[in-house]
Design a protein around this ligand. Structure first.
Ligand code: ADQ
Length: 497
């Protein structure tokens, strides 16, 4: 252990905020992972005694706990079988599709569920070990939905919050889950639950009422535990580090790189850009279809226009993702075969990760950013694009099925299922008078400047702090863990599984 045995603030997330990098001479270094969550946590950890519990990213034994970037990191081990069943299986092949409108069918395997539970118990043990008496515990995301109740059983003295980065589905879809009751009870172990959208929080509260038969009032669910507790579920939309990314995008290096990118693409009149994890939720297929039809209709043509699609490799061992990759790559090949000229590609498809500077340059270079998910908790790419446009150039096409839409509805809004509508929106984003586009961009930027990631983290912690909580002694010191009484049976959907 470190200089401290325990910590006042404990973050638990599937992944630690660092990546293991082996140097050419064989020495191992830990590099901070890029991304908003790490930056947000930096700002809340500053001046506090913080630890982060999570998987280090490689199968097998976990490294010893260590200090990095001012945080105490406590790795949780996962073996290859657990990665396949807890992470790729239950998290990404069962929960992910259910929570994203079942865009692909969810797969249910009891063995996956058992391993999900085991891994959640391991996270809860680790959290309970590093949390100081009365600590604040902040648990993240759909991989750890049982952890709130498991931590409460072990440590009734700590205050527990959970934030969902992805949507929470309507009860009609959530009800398909064979383990719906256990998941709701797992989450109700928290004192406060944060969601991206008001609708997500509402879906959770409704599921508690209809599936567990609990009493709810507005944002508050009353548990059936003895004594009963009140758990609040509300929206706290995540954001990005506006000041930091804005400053990066203004650097001479990034501006010069943006010009260089355009030049290397043959200085097209219009550069369209898509940046996504290669995920079926992101609407990449729909975007390509609309683009292909616009080319076929003769409405647009290279070299005046080109489209750069960055598709970060993701979950490559899950079948649905393998199929999606094949489909996208076949479509890109067909479009290029039909519509590209020599030195004038219709689509540039880049299946890589890039450093932040390169992403900022791409955003600054693009005339139209295509954010067309079929369902997305928030979508930080939309916020990053707007943040980089200090020149007030560019136009954002944004799906109404993203969390971001609820904050950025002045954008060029689209329904990606409506291909005809999507085509028209893309054309509008290209053709609208630059003066009008600048006005739109200014108002989008104002929104993000005033609602950045630091503000998100403070709001979450303030809500958690305000949640009613009766501190009790640590487990093992005569504390009675909350017992969940059987749910009432007056709801048509309530039955014990
Ligand atoms: P994601 O589904 O991963 O996140 P998103 O919010 O867009 O989606 O975040 C992706 C991040 O990765 C962005 O910061 C983006 O810049 C970066 N990125 C993408 N492609 C990259 C590449 N090729 N190279 C480098 N960086 C790349 C989940 C939910 C979202 C929610 C976030 C945060 O699915 O809905 O917004 O968590 O809560």
């Amino acid at each position: 252990m470190s200089k401290h045995e325990t910590f006042d603030l404990v973050i638990a997330a599937n992944r630690l905020p660092v990546d293991r990098v082996v140097q050419p001479d064989g020495t191992v270094e830990w590099h901070r992972s890029p991304g908003g969550l790490v930056t947000a946590m930096d700002s809340v950890m500053r001046g506090r005694d913080g630890a982060w519990v999570g998987w280090a990213g490689e199968a097998g034994e976990a490294p010893e706990p260590f200090e990095e970037a001012g945080m105490w990191l406590h790795p949780v081990p996962l073996d290859a079988d657990e990665i396949a069943q807890y992470y790729e299986g239950l998290s990404n092949d069962t929960l992910w599709p259910i929570y994203h409108d079942v865009i692909v069918p969810a797969r249910f395997h009891r063995a996956w569920w058992r391993v999900y539970r085991t891994v959640n118990e391991r996270f809860a043990d680790a959290v309970s070990k590093v949390a100081a008496e009365g600590a604040t515990v902040w648990i993240h995301d759909y991989q750890l939905q049982l952890v709130p109740a498991l931590v409460r059983e072990r440590r009734p003295d700590v205050k527990i919050g959970w934030f969902n980065h992805i949507p929470f589905p309507p009860v009609e879809l959530f009800a398909q889950l064979p383990w719906r009751q256990q998941i709701l009870e797992g989450l109700l172990g928290a004192d406060y639950l944060g969601f991206q959208r008001v609708a997500d929080a509402g879906n959770f509260v409704r599921a508690c009422r209809q599936l567990l038969g609990l009493t709810t009032k507005g944002e508050v669910v009353t548990t059936s535990s003895q004594p009963a507790r009140q758990v609040r579920a509300s929206a706290v939309p995540i954001s990005i580090d506006y000041a930091e990314l804005e400053a990066l995008s203004r650097t001479p290096e990034v501006r010069a790189r943006a010009k260089e990118i355009r030049a290397s693409l043959g200085n097209p009149k219009t550069l369209l850009l898509g940046v996504d994890r290669l995920d079926y939720t992101k609407g990449i297929r729909h975007r390509l279809k609309a683009y292909e039809e616009l080319l076929a209709d003769g409405k647009i043509a290279p070299p005046d226009i080109t489209f750069v699609q960055v598709a970060t490799p993701s979950r490559e061992r899950v079948d649905a993702y393998k199929r999606l990759r094949t489909e996208i790559e076949t479509t890109v090949g067909r479009i290029n075969g039909m519509y590209s000229g020599i030195g004038a590609a219709a689509v540039h498809y880049l299946h890589h990760s890039y450093p932040r500077e390169e992403m900022a340059a791409l955003f600054l270079a693009a005339d139209v950013m295509l954010v067309t998910p079929l369902r997305d908790g928030m979508n930080l790419v939309a916020k990053e694009y707007v943040t980089c446009r200090h020149d007030l150039g560019g136009a954002l096409v944004l799906s109404e099925f993203t969390g971001a839409y609820h904050e950025l509805h002045q954008a060029f809004v689209c329904n990606p299922h409506d291909i005809e509508g999507l085509k028209n929106t893309i054309l509008r984003a290209i053709q609208t008078d630059p003066k009008d586009k600048r006005r739109i961009m200014r108002s989008l930027r104002r929104r993000i400047a005033n609602h950045d990631v630091q503000q998100w983290a403070s709001r979450f912690l303030a809500n958690l702090d305000a949640a009613p909580h009766k501190p009790r002694r640590k487990a093992g010191e005569e504390a009675q863990p909350d017992a969940q009484a059987p749910p009432a049976t007056d709801s048509p959907l309530v039955h014990r599984s």
